[in-house]
Design a protein around this ligand. Structure first.
Ligand code: BJW
Length: 225
């Protein structure tokens, strides 16, 4: 055992920074059909709608500030850089703004990705339906985020950290989207103690050893200290 802590974060971490979650009441997937937004097929069918959705989210994220939970996690990682691994499903960049260095498994809003040559570059605040790739010139720029049916990023690294951790913590994630939702079982299998920090119980709460219920801005700093 390494004394390593793997912390998986989800949209609930940024809720108190004013960014909407996906599946809570009033969340993004109540306002939009995820099949119309978060799939490669949706982007191929209607790039204008998908770019408009991400342009709005990029602008909201740029204006948002990290809350006490982001800051507590950044301080924890800065205090124990070799032991604390932050894995985030969030694309908003708020952990970095707080001074942390997370592994982004679902990509980043402030990055663009070319659908033709896989080149990445800093996303402009407004991407167009035919956003040109600066490398190959194809009008195929898309947000560098992971949609349903696509392979999340850094899974090999994340798997190694999970198999080597003593404590696995999931913060503000509903546990409904795989493969992230399966990390807790993998961590348990390899002997980790598992902690869920969430506003409320989730469908996967039964898989965790310990639960801390309440808003992340209060529960995360309390857990860290
Ligand atoms: C608070 C709070 C506060 C609120 N304080 N807490 C059938 C069975 C099993 C799997 C599949 C299946 N059919 C298809 C699949 C696979 C599919 C999948 O999981 N589908 C499910 C819907 C069933 N997954 C995929 O396609 C993934 N790729 C894949 O599987 O590749 C193949 C593969 C196979 C094997 C191994 C490895 C790979 C890709 C998934 C991509 C997800 N993309 C999105 C969009 C990203 C870009 C963007 O941001 O727009 O990622 S969807 C969306 O969901 C986003 C999130 O990262 C993700 C998770 O959401 P999250 O963070 O959990 O948010 P919510 O809203 O669900 O929950 C918020 C939580 O916060 C709640 O619990 C609240 O209580 C809490 N909360 N306020 C603390 N203040």
């Amino acid at each position: 055992m390494s004394g390593k802590i793997v912390i998986l974060t989800g949209a609930g971490l940024s809720a108190e920074s004013g960014l909407g979650t996906f599946r809570d009441a009033g969340g993004l997937w109540e306002q939009y059909r995820l099949q119309d937004i978060a799939t490669p097929e949706a982007f191929a069918r209607d790039p204008e709608t998908v770019q408009a959705f991400y342009n709005a989210r990029r602008q909201q994220a740029a204006k948002a500030e990290p809350n006490a939970a982001h800051k507590a996690l950044a301080e924890l990682q800065q205090a124990w850089p070799d032991r604390v691994v932050l894995v985030t499903q969030n694309v908003d960049g708020l952990l970095e703004k707080a001074g942390a260095q997370p592994i982004h498994m679902h990509g980043q809003l402030d990055q663009a990705l070319c659908g033709v040559c896989d080149h990445r570059w800093p996303a402009p605040m407004e991407m167009s339906a035919q956003e040109p790739c600066p490398e190959c010139g194809a009008p195929a720029g898309r947000p560098d985020v992971v949609w349903f049916g696509e392979y999340p990023y850094h899974l090999e690294d994340i798997g190694e950290h999970i198999q080597d951790c003593e404590v696995f913590v999931a913060i503000g994630t509903s546990g409904q989207v795989y493969p992230a939702a399966g990390f807790v079982q993998e961590a348990r299998l390899f002997g980790a103690r598992t902690v869920e920090i969430n506003l409320e119980s989730t469908d996967v709460s039964g898989t965790f050893d310990v639960h801390r219920l309440g808003p992340a801005s209060a529960t995360v700093p309390a857990w860290v200290s």
